[in-house]
Design a protein around this ligand. Sequence first.
Ligand SMILES: [Zn+2]
Length: 369
Amino acid sequence: MPVSPDMAEDLAGAVAALYEQAELALIEKVTRALAAGLDSPLWTDLKLQSIGHLRTAIEDIIAALQADAAGAIHTVVAEAYNRGTTAAVVELGAVAPAVATIPAGTRAVDRLASALVQETGATHGRILRTGLDVYRQVIADATSAPLLGATTRREAAGRALAKFADRGVTGFIDRSGRAWNLTSYAEMATRSALGRAAVQAHTDQLAAHGVDLVIVSDAPEECPRCKPWEGKVLRREGASGPGTVEVEHATEDEQMVRVRVAGSLPEARAAGLFHPNCRHSVAIYLPGVTQPPAPKKDRSRATYEQSQQQRYLERQIRAWKRRAAGSVDDSARTRANARVREYQGRVRELVAETGLPRKSHREQVSAAR
Ligand SMILES: [Zn+2]
């Protein structure tokens, strides 16, 4: 069974849901704290006095997130590694039935999990800073304009909070320079780490059994970045760049086979293979035995563009959930919730039309803490 990052990415939902809960809880806490007593003439003073309460409330949100995320991350990384190992064992079993021991890979799992805990944990400081900054900024905005009556103050605070809810906690930049908000960043980081764990486990098994070549699949929902690698044979590790290698035939003794290789697996990955949302896989390449892969039939009628459209709709659902959490009055909240349902309906339609799997964890309504 070939390995693909795709085979473990679904597990990221459990971690992303924790971050989404924390982000919604933050927006709601800040919004409720500011909305309370909004029509009182003493509002500004009261709000400045109670900033300590808000700080404590946010620190509680972060502490709960920290504890839950560390556990969830370890669980899903172990499961991803497990899936990758199983995939390799199934493949190896077909050629070397003597594959008996499955190395536990505990140390590899620990290493991959702590790297991810560290990567997502680095976002936690910004949750507190953002919450307090927005709180202070809204007070300043709502107080600064001269002759602001209670109504216009309510409008000013509502506008500022809606802006905050639109973005959520921001400022997370990935390696390619793209900006994400908290939940999307945590999900992206988790998905890539889980994909890496599955592929790593597969590669570790191959290494343990002296398998040096792999072959890249021909994937449905083809992504442009992977096209150059489709159906190509790669070295599991070692030298990059195309070439021809002479290797022993997988089943015929003392027979050598010449194999054209397109490069190495690390090289292909550095060039984009197994990017987030990649649908490609690699399998063991057996010299003289493995045939080039037939183009895989689409698992659905969906195109790559349609799967991207689904991602877009899912982001809208999340955005309107944040809007609902950041509404100072009920009618705005009701409107935002209506938009959530509208986008959920559009996802259902798209799913029905294309047969794409619905990733409901990505649009889940999470109860705020
Ligand atoms: Zn791809």
